[in-house]
Write a protein that binds this ligand. Structure first.
Ligand code: CO
Length: 134
């Protein structure tokens, strides 16, 4: 059902320092920082030949990643995102298999303007999983 790895999201307390690690130490192509107020994050995109890394810092009062940073003050891997062809079909199949979909179960428009859903980490090997319809 799942296809390509679309991205890995990493939360950091210091976006410029994190961008520097990927740009200067690891030699990757790194974007400028982009504020995404509707998602409560500021993002730097790291482009790799086969996938992307998204470096995230909280933006605004109700950022969905603020709590993660409280628990992990030096940052860490937040979620992985897999591509699916049909997000509704994927969701229904996952629910039928007993997996928990976060929120109200309806896809939202994600950071790439495509429909996304998040799946409960306890059902996926301790990892928050995002699925994105591409
Ligand atoms: Co994501």
């Amino acid at each position: 059902m799942i296809g390509r790895l679309n991205h890995v999201a990493i939360v950091t307390p210091d976006l410029e320092a994190a961008a520097s690690v990927y740009r200067d130490t690891l030699g990757a192509k790194v974007s400028e920082a982009t504020d995404m107020p509707e998602h409560g994050v500021t993002t730097v995109f790291v482009e790799l030949p086969n996938t992307k890394i998204e470096l995230l810092v909280p933006l605004g009062e109700n950022s969905p990643i603020a709590k993660f940073l409280e628990k992990n003050p030096s940052g860490g891997m937040h979620h992985i995102c897999y591509e699916v062809d049909d997000i509704i079909a994927a969701r229904d199949k996952l629910i039928a298999a007993g997996a928990r979909v976060l929120g109200d179960g309806e896809p939202r428009i994600g950071a790439h303007n495509k429909p996304v859903l998040f799946l409960h980490p306890k059902d996926f090997v301790g990892t928050l999983v995002e699925i994105e319809q591409v």
